[in-house]
Design a protein. Structure first.
Length: 273
């Protein structure tokens, strides 16, 4: 049984979570709300966000659903107007939305590369720019904040069948470090950190397991999972969405006010082995 850790409070803060309609984004939005934040759930699947927001509001928490195409500058501009009207504040951005495209590099297409770059890299740039324009001194909210970018262990190490996906996550890692230093040096009061999940039990994680089968590393998905747990993950299990949400809560909270530019790996020891 996974545990929700709410020791790092977000009372009085407003948090935006992209890709909040399912998986890691949903888990983070739920935990942020339980920790006291007013949470904006953004996703192209606005119906899923509306369902989750209604559930959270029914529990006496604060949540709002918005349609957010993270590749659209217009949608980011509309989000800022929503924040002004709703709470007139923005403290946390979790750039979680992304896609997975696997396969051997020699079989990937330029169209796949363009698509994954737009959704996994350009969206993080757009979100980070929108947030810092609101959070820095002299801006519309001007109360500083925390930006958390979802990367992956594939952005740190090489994995067969993950070349173009890993390249986007490596770019997220680098963008995080550059923006963290830039914002700190200019006194913006905005921290930027990257979060690097290992293999997580989500629909995207299932895709990654299937890729190990497709490229011939193992015979089936169950064998892929067993191999990871027995030989590659020291803690002996796959991760779950709550593992990532707990780490994101730390980076979102004031418990991490002296933390910027780091890569927080949440992978059961995979990268350390």
């Amino acid at each position: 049984m996974s545990k929700e850790l709410a020791v790092f409070g977000l009372e009085g803060k407003v948090a935006v979570v992209t890709g909040a309609g399912a998986g890691i984004g949903e888990a983070c939005a739920r935990l942020f709300a339980k920790a006291g934040a007013a949470v904006v759930l953004g996703d192209i699947n606005v119906e899923a966000c509306e369902r989750i927001a209604a559930e959270l509001n029914g529990q006496g928490l604060q949540a709002k659903a918005v349609r957010l195409d993270v590749t659209s500058e217009e949608d980011w501009a509309a989000l800022k107007q929503t924040l002004v009207a709703w709470k007139n504040r923005w403290d946390v951005l979790l750039n979680n939305a992304g896609i997975y495209i696997g396969g051997m590099l020699e079989n990937n297409t330029s169209a796949q590369v363009s698509k994954i770059n737009q959704i996994n890299i350009e969206s993080v740039f757009l979100g980070t720019r929108a947030a810092v324009e609101c959070m820095k001194p002299g801006a519309c909210f001007a109360n500083g904040g925390s930006i958390i970018n979802l990367s992956s262990i594939a952005g740190l190490i090489g994995v067969p069948g993950h070349s173009i996906y890993g390249a986007t996550k490596g770019a997220v890692r680098s963008l995080t470090k550059h923006s963290a230093v830039e914002f700190a040096k200019f006194g913006y009061g905005v921290r930027v950190n990257s979060l690097h999940p290992g293999l997580i039990e989500t629909a995207m994680g299932d895709q990654a397991l299937q890729d190990f089968v497709d490229i011939g590393v193992v015979a089936n998905v169950d064998e892929a999972a067993a191999l990871l747990k027995s030989a590659m993950i020291p803690m002996g299990r796959l991760g779950n969405v709550q593992d990532i949400a707990n780490a994101a809560l730390f980076l979102a909270s004031d418990a991490s006010t002296y933390v910027t530019g780091i890569e927080l790996t949440v992978d059961g020891g995979f990268c350390a082995a």
